[in-house]
Each structure stands twice: as C-alpha cells, then as structure tokens.
Design a protein around this ligand. Structure first.
Ligand code: COA
Length: 320
C-alpha cells in the first residue's frame, strides 16, 4: 500500500487528556494478561490507576489511535529517582516501537523533573523485554530477571532444617527498622542494588519495605506467611516477606539473610515456613522474582521446587 494511504502513527498525549472510561477496556485487557501470564490479580492496581486518572492526578502518557486509547504509561518520582509504574499497549496493536514511544516520553518527562537523574522500571508485560533497543540507549542498562513459581503444596515435601543457634518467628512491623538495616547489609555490592537503589541504604530500604507493606504494587502484604530469623544474641539475621497476588497465589516479596549467617539453611527454612503458611491459607502456588545472575539464590529456589514461569527485565537509565 502506498505510504500516504497508511494510517498515521498513534499519538502520545498527556495521560490527563484521557478519562478513566477511555482507559477501561485497556485495563480490562491488562488485568486478563496478568492473570494468564502470572496468575496475578492486577485488579487492585488497575483500580488505583482508574481512580487517579479519574482525579487527573496521575503523571504519564496515553497512546491514541484515532479515538481509541491503545496504550498508557504512568510514572512516580521518589526524591532523585523516577519510576515507571506501568507501561502497557493492548495486544492487537502492540509493537516494541509503540511501547518505545511511550517509554521515550516517560523517561524524558522524568528527566525534565528537577533533580531526577535515574529512572527505574520493571514491566513484566512488555513485548520481548530482553531483545529490544530502548530509547536513550547510552544511559541505559538492562538486567535479565526470571519469574519463578512453585506449587505451594511443595512445602510438604521439604524437610525441616533447624539452623543452629537461629530462632525463626513471625515478622511484624515492629521489625521494620531492623529489617531495613538487614536489607542494606544483605545487598551491599549485590546486583539487585544496581537495579533498585533503595537497597543501598537503610533509609532507602525503609521506604522499600513500607511500600511493599502498604501499597498493592507487589500484591497485598501477607503478615501470616512472613517470617524473621534471629541469631543467638537476638539480632535479626534473615527475613522472608510475602504477599497475596491473587486469592490463591502467594508471592515472596523479599528474602535475604545477613552475610555472616549464610550457608546455614536460614534462607531455606524461612522460605519453607513462608510456603507452608501460604498453602495453609489456601494458596495453590507461590511465585518470586530473581535476577538471572543471582545463581546462589536460583539454586536455592530450584532445590525447593521453583521453576521458570516468565522472563522479563529490569531497566535502569542513569544520567550521572
Ligand atoms: C539467597 C539467600 C537468601 C540464601 O540464604 P542462605 O541462608 O545463605 O541459603 P541456605 O543456606 O538456606 O541455602 C540453601 C541451599 O541454597 C543453595 N545456595 C544458597 N546460597 C548459595 C550460593 N551463594 N551459592 C550456591 N548455592 C547456594 C545451596 O544449594 C544450599 O543448599 P545446601 O544447603 O543443600 O548446600 C542469601 O544468600 C542472601 O541473602 N543473598 C543476598 C540477597 C538475595 O540475593 N536475596 C534473594 C533475592 S531474589
């Protein structure tokens, strides 16, 4: 067909130009996509997007094809960092180029915000996440990540291990400050602190922890399956935090062990207890995400029955 007869490229516009009703079919499709791909109930996140778009209070962009809204993205600023909260183009219209158009507008808008030098994103529904050339390539790095999953009932097949001198107890919010210090120590020099700069300091880790306890991005925090490990002196040396991402699907939002206590089965036992509590709650499966180069953690998860469900990537743009 002659070029002049082809329909023009979809238009990227400010998210405030569309209504919650315009976005509704897109969010409905995205909710179904998360369910199919990951057994993840995206409805609480979709609901937040609808509400904030309804109030014209969400920063981001919409992709318009004529009168149809075929994609959207939104972003959040956290001090000197920008986060792409979501970016989705609906299935029949989805191409890496169209996703990139939204991505470029989003990263550019964040960079224009005073003081923002870094942008992070983890977007599991993105088309070919590993094989794409993203915008602003010279500031860009990507980290392959894996979504792993185990049947929750697998917990019954795992033998109990009792790490010597270690006590395991329920995690409570009173342990949040100690947990933040533990996260910062556990991820010092770790690839995951290149992906998420909140892991680099106790104050950043504190924000990370309050986000996973309070907001639905990683599912609904589930205290009954979250555990803490303490050493002989009572100091916190490991945590396994969980959420529910659907009524029958648990998720490990954080697991880490203090460097001095590694290799003693503390991680194994924390994860086993979390899985047991999730299956007791009625979960059929447990998921988690791990960076592909984190071979030690992957070995632990595989040993405990986790297998690959989906590949995705973490993206970082850093202009420093
Ligand atoms: C991953 C982590 C939680 C494991 O905790 P841990 O208490 O050291 O692990 P365990 O002692 O329970 O390990 C159990 C099994 O996992 C495997 N494993 C754990 N860490 C390993 C490593 N670094 N290298 C190779 N295998 C490892 C071993 O197969 C081990 O089996 P074995 O006891 O039969 O030898 C811990 O290393 C950690 O906190 N790492 C930094 C943070 C992190 O990467 N968290 C996971 C993010 S997804």
């Amino acid at each position: 067909m002659a070029a002049w007869l082809e329909s023009p490229d979809p238009l990227v516009v400010d998210l405030r130009k569309v209504t919650a009703a315009d976005l509704a079919p897109l969010l409905e499709e995205e909710t179904a996509a998360w369910r199919t791909a990951l057994d993840w109930d995206f409805e609480p996140s979709a609901d937040l997007v609808r509400r904030f778009v309804g109030m014209q209070a969400l920063n981001g962009f919409a992709l318009l094809d004529g009168t149809r809204t075929i994609g959207y993205s939104y972003y959040i600023r956290e001090e000197k960092k920008g986060l792409i909260g979501d970016l989705y183009v609906q299935a029949p219209d989805r191409t890496p180029e169209r996703e990139n158009a939204l991505m470029e507008a989003t990263v550019e808008a964040l960079w224009r915000s005073p003081g923002v030098h870094r942008v992070e994103a983890q977007l599991p529904m993105l088309e070919s996440p590993l094989a794409r050339k993203p915008p602003f390539a010279s500031w860009f790095r990507s980290y392959p990540r894996r979504f792993l999953e185990a049947p929750a009932a697998q917990a019954f097949a795992l033998a109990e291990r009792e790490p010597e001198g270690i006590a395991i107890s329920p995690w409570t919010e009173a342990k949040q400050d100690d947990s933040a210090r533990l996260v910062a120590a556990a991820y010092r020099g770790h690839v995951d602190s290149e992906i998420n700069d909140q892991y680099r300091s106790p104050s950043g880790a504190r924000r990370f922890l309050s986000n996973i306890v309070q907001y639905p991005g990683c599912g609904t925090f589930f205290a009954p399956a979250s555990y803490a490990a303490s050493d002989a002196k009572g100091a916190l040396c490991g945590i396994s935090l969980t959420s529910l991402v659907a009524w029958d699907t648990g998720h490990i939002t954080q697991i880490c062990v203090a460097p001095s206590q590694r290799g003693k089965s503390v991680g194994y036992e924390l994860l086993r207890r979390s899985m047991l509590a999730l299956v007791a709650h009625g979960c059929r499966r447990v998921g988690l995400t791990v960076t592909s180069t984190n071979k030690g953690a992957i070995r632990l998860y595989q040993q405990m029955g986790f297998a690959d469900r989906r590949d995705f990537a973490a993206y970082v743009w850093d202009s420093w």
